[in-house]
Write a protein that binds this ligand. Structure first.
Ligand SMILES: *Cc1c(COP(=O)(O)O)cnc(C)c1O
Length: 379
C-alpha cells in the first residue's frame, strides 16, 4: 500500500476533517436544515471571494462557471476580449466561439502575463467591447495576472471584467470589490480542498445589467434562475449536497487561518519550490515578473523525458505532479502550492523530483534542492 501525494493544480489533497464530512449520510436539500447550510456557504464564499456580490453555486466543474459567464453576459454577435496566456485563456475563446461571440484574442507569449496597457489600447480602439475575459492564475504556465491593474483600466469603461480564478482563489491575492472586479469564477477542487463538482460565480451589479440583456441560449446555467433561487436561500436544481456541506468545513478552515495568512503561506511554499529548482540548475518557465503563487512550472532539462519523469514519480513513488499541456507536454513539470499543502509536502515532492532526475541521468548534487528549500522555509 502506497500513499498518493497530490501536488497537482487540481484536484488537490482533501484534509481529513473534510473527508470525514464527505463520508456522512446525505440529507435532503429542500429542508430548513439545508437552508441553514446554504446560508452559511453563501456568507463564507463572500469572504473567500472578497465581495459583497452574490456568489452563485453551480453543480459542475469549474468550466461550467466559465460557460455561464459567457452565455449570461453576452448575446450572439457581441464583442469580447479574450486574454490567451495559455491553455485556460484559450478556453474563453473557445467558449465565445461556441456562442457566436466575436472574440478579439489577445495572445500573450507563453510564460508571460498580459499588461493593463494592452487592454486599455483595445478598449480605446473599440468601444463596443462588452466583456474582457482574463485568468488570475494561468495554471498551464504558472503565471499570475495583475488583475488589480487591469480592473483599474476596465472600471472606467462600460466593459465588464471577468476573471477565471479557478486555480488562483485562496492561493493568490484577489480583492474582488476593492479592485472593482465584476465577475469571478472558481471551482471546488483546487484552493478550496474539495472534490470536483462545484463551480462558483460572483456577479457585480454592473455585470448583472448585462445578464438582463443577454440573449444567448441557456437553461441549466441561467444566472437569472440562480439569482431568483439564491434570493430565497435555495438552488434552482438539485445541488451537490454533500460537497456543499463539505464546502462549509473548508470555508471554516480558511476563515480560521485567515485569507491573508493563507496566501502568504502559499507564497512561501512557492518561493521554496523556486529556490529548489534554481539550486538544481533548473529553469523556471514563467517570467520572474509574473510568476505564480499557486503553481510553479519548472522546465525539464535537456535530455530528460518530462513525461517519463512525472510518470515514474507517480507510479513508483506515489507523488503526483502535473506535466505540461499541449505544446508544453514533456517540457515542464508543475508543482501546485494551492489547497492544503504544507512545507513537508513540498520537501517530499522536491526530494522525489531529485531522486528520479538522478536516476534519469541529470547531473547535480543530490540534496541541493531540498537544502535550498529548507533554508528558505527556515528563514
Ligand atoms: C482547472 C482550471 C480550469 C478548469 O476547471 P475544471 O474544473 O476542470 O472545469 C479552468 N481554469 C483554470 C485557470 C484552471 O486552473
Amino acid at each position: 500500500m502506497k500513499r498518493n501525494l497530490l501536488l497537482t493544480p487540481g484536484p488537490t489533497q482533501i484534509p481529513p476533517q473534510i473527508c470525514e464530512v464527505l463520508g456522512r449520510p446525505i440529507i435532503h436539500h429542500r429542508t430548513p436544515q439545508f437552508q441553514t447550510i446554504l446560508k452559511e456557504a453563501a456568507e463564507g464564499l463572500k469572504y473567500v471571494f472578497q465581495t459583497q456580490n452574490d456568489v452563485f453555486i453551480l453543480t459542475s466543474s469549474g468550466t461550467g462557471a466559465m460557460e455561464s459567464a459567457v452565455c449570461n453576459l453576452l448575446s450572439s454577435g457581441d464583442k469580447a476580449v479574450c486574454v490567451e496566456a495559455g491553455k485556460f485563456g484559450e478556453r474563453w475563446t473557445e467558449l465565445c466561439k461556441a456562442y457566436g461571440i466575436k472574440a478579439e484574442v489577445l495572445k500573450i507569449p507563453s510564460g508571460k502575463a498580459v499588461k493593463d496597457t494592452q487592454i486599455r489600447e483595445l478598449l480605446e480602439k473599440d468601444k463596443d467591447i462588452k466583456v474582457v475575459f482574463t485568468t488570475l492564475t494561468e495554471t498551464s504556465t504558472g503565471v499570475d495576472t495583475n488583475i488589480k491593474a487591469i480592473a483599474e483600466v476596465i472600471k472606467k469603461t462600460n466593459a465588464v471584467l471577468v476573471v477565471d480564478a479557478i486555480s488562483g482563489l485562496g492561493a493568490t491575492e484577489l480583492k474582488t470589490d476593492e479592485w472593482g472586479v465584476d465577475v469571478v469564477v472558481s471551482g471546488s477542487q483546487k484552493g478550496l480542498m474539495l472534490p470536483p463538482g462545484l463551480a462558483f460565480i460572483s456577479v457585480s451589479k454592473k455585470a448583472f445589467a448585462l445578464v438582463e440583456q443577454s440573449k444567448c441560449p441557456k437553461y441549466y446555467f441561467d444566472l437569472k434562475k440562480a439569482k431568483k433561487a439564491c434570493d430565497q436561500t435555495d438552488t434552482p436544481f438539485t445541488p451537490a449536497i454533500g460537497i456543499i456541506i463539505a464546502l462549509n468545513e473548508s470555508l471554516k478552515l480558511i476563515k480560521q487561518m485567515g485569507l491573508e495568512k493563507l496566501i502568504a503561506h502559499h507564497a512561501r511554499l512557492a518561493k521554496a519550490n523556486r529556490a529548489a529548482a534554481k539550486a538544481l540548475g533548473l529553469k523556471l518557465f514563467a517570467d520572474e515578473s509574473c510568476i505564480s503563487n499557486a503553481v510553479t512550472a519548472i522546465c525539464v532539462p535537456d535530455g530528460i523525458e518530462g513525461e517519463k519523469l512525472a510518470k515514474v514519480m507517480r507510479d513508483t513513488h506515489g507523488i503526483t505532479m502535473a506535466g505540461g499541456q499541449s505544446e508544453l507536454k514533456g517540457k515542464i513539470i508543475r508543482i501546485a502550492q494551492m489547497g492544503c499543502v504544507d512545507e513537508y509536502d513540498i520537501l517530499t515532492g522536491i526530494s522525489c523530483l531529485e531522486k528520479v532526475l538522478k536516476e534519469m541521468g541529470y547531473k547535480f548534487e543530490l540534496g541541493a534542492g531540498v537544502a535550498a528549500a529548507q533554508k528558505l522555509l527556515n528563514s
